[in-house]
Ligand binder design. Structure first.
Ligand SMILES: CC(C)[C@H](C(=O)O)[C@@H](O)C(=O)O
Ligand code: SF4
Length: 457
């Protein structure tokens, strides 16, 4: 599948060397675009294909009192993007507008993300879009400028790895747990230099939102991108969206060719059985420092582990139940979609979060927020004592007012648990939305598999 898409997009260059690739969709946000636009200005250039470019503001936006951006750098980045979009004729989903949201949430939601495409964005989690059967990867700011000017990018074709995911997921275990388990087992570098294709009966049974969670987080295992072959679930998801093809029959016909015919063609294959998988929780300061719920935190293997324990303020041998959770964050491009909020809400319904716990709920987009309001999910969160916010990257990273206080342990549905990621001194424990909901209710992680009756996947 990867090669079929790649070959269709090569303009010039030999395999094994940098090749010039045509870019179908260029997604833009306020953090990695200012210098790129500035470079265009200095060279008197235009954006070559404004119609293949789409921008939003997500990292810096406040999720409360959204038009009052107090931080000066944030304010500048937001205003600069607005001016640049205007000057260069680019579509922009600005703060407060109906299409605004996290860039990796709105691409699929608007039907911009489609199978068979090449998609780039100045953001590492661009891998999310690979869930549609597209080649999607993050680029740096100088490359953003190159794509603006030429609608192309120089790339060496990555190697290909297949992850065969099979078996039925146990109740209370989710796509998030699969990718966390893979990173915990194979390490934060297992995917370096590779496009990773997920396939197998577990993947075939997944919704698009679950596939997006997998592809989103595979870069935390070092991969260049994640991909899933497109199928009827993909086509049905895209159909009818704002920028989806009008002639869906023709589109499906074209998209259907993007399949991997022979798994033996992968440079490497990992076999992953999910039938006995447990929910995962991170204890340390990278996404690979994680254990299944039933296990105690491991003995440190090196200086890095020892330092992580010190930073997070827990000890080897402790159990996930023993972490004193005082914050919960629901959101991000990993788990801030409607299905994630539904799962969390199904558990919080008619209950209240534990005394002393602060829970932030940040939908991935305005449209998700609105749908959640209509479905009554927003009210469930509010009634449970959660803080229901406007969309944005929020506490996924400390670039906006939503920060976790120093020393506090936060159960988080996001994708990175680096030192200071959620605010200086904050301690992050990554987990699925279901696990985070349960932690918010109890003030510590619990075994949600015992409560399986309330979960709906
Ligand atoms: C700010 C941006 C460049 C960054 C990324 O590339 O991923 C951010 O989205 C993140 O998640 O750390
Ligand atoms: S939600 Fe988090 S991971 Fe996703 S783009 Fe924003 S900061 Fe990056």
């Amino acid at each position: 599948m990867f090669e079929k898409i790649w070959d269709r997009h090569v303009i010039t260059g030999q395999p094994g060397e940098p090749q010039l690739i045509y870019v179908d969709l260029h997604l833009v946000h306020e953090v990695t675009s200012p210098q790129a636009f500035q470079g265009l200005r200095m060279n008197h250039r235009k954006v070559r294909r404004p119609d293949r470019t789409f921008a939003t503001m997500d990292h810096n936006v406040p999720t409360k009192d959204i038009f009052n951006v107090k931080d000066l750098i944030s304010k500048k980045q937001i205003e600069t993007l607005r001016q640049n979009a205007k000057d260069f004729g680019i579509r922009l989903a600005g703060m407060g507008e109906a299409d605004q949201g996290i860039i990796h949430v709105i691409g699929p939601q608007l039907g911009l993300t489609q199978p068979g495409q090449t998609i780039v964005c100045g953001d590492s989690h661009t891998s999310t879009h690979g869930a549609f059967g597209s080649i999607a990867f993050g680029i740096g700011t100088s490359e953003v400028e190159h794509v603006f000017a030429t609608q192309t990018i120089w790339q060496v074709e990555p190697k290909q790895m297949g992850i065969h995911v099979h078996g039925k997921l146990p109740d209370g275990v989710y796509a998030k747990d699969i990718i966390m388990a893979i990173i915990a087992k194979y390490g934060v570098k297992f995917g370096v230099g590779h496009a990773v294709e997920f396939y197998g009966d577990t993947i075939d049974a997944m919704s698009m939102e679950e596939r997006m969670t997998l592809c989103n987080m595979v870069i935390e295992g070092g991969a260049k991108m994640g991909v899933v072959h497109p199928d009827q679930i993909t086509f049905d998801y895209v159909a009818g969206r704002k920028y989806a093809p009008k002639d869906m029959a023709a589109a499906e016909d074209y998209w259907s060719q993007f399949q991997t015919d022979d798994p033996a063609a992968f440079d490497e294959v990992i076999d992953f059985d999910v039938s006995d998988l447990a929910p995962f929780i991170t204890w340390g300061t990278n996404p690979g420092m994680a254990v299944p719920y039933d296990q105690a935190f491991p003995e440190p293997q090196d200086q890095n582990d020892a330092h992580a324990y010190e930073y997070v303020g827990i000890k080897p041998g402790m159990k996930p139940t023993e972490i004193p959770i005082t914050w919960a964050f629901f959101g991000s491009c990993t788990n801030g979609r409607l299905s994630d909020l539904r799962i969390a809400a199904s558990y919080l319904k008619n209950k209240h979060i534990a005394p002393g716990v602060h829970a932030l709920v940040v939908p991935g987009s305005m449209a998700i927020r609105e749908a959640a309001e209509k479905e009554g999910i927003a009210q469930i969160f509010r009634d449970a004592g959660c803080d229901w916010r406007m969309p944005g990257c929020s506490a996924c990273l400390g670039m906006n007012p939503d920060k976790i206080p120093a020393g506090a342990h936060c159960a988080s549905t996001s994708n990175r648990n680096f030192e200071g990621r959620q605010g200086a001194g904050s301690r992050t424990h990554l987990a699925s939305p279901a696990m985070v909901a349960a932690a918010a209710l109890n003030g510590h992680f619990v075994d949600i598999r015992k409560e399986a009756s309330v979960w709906s996947r």
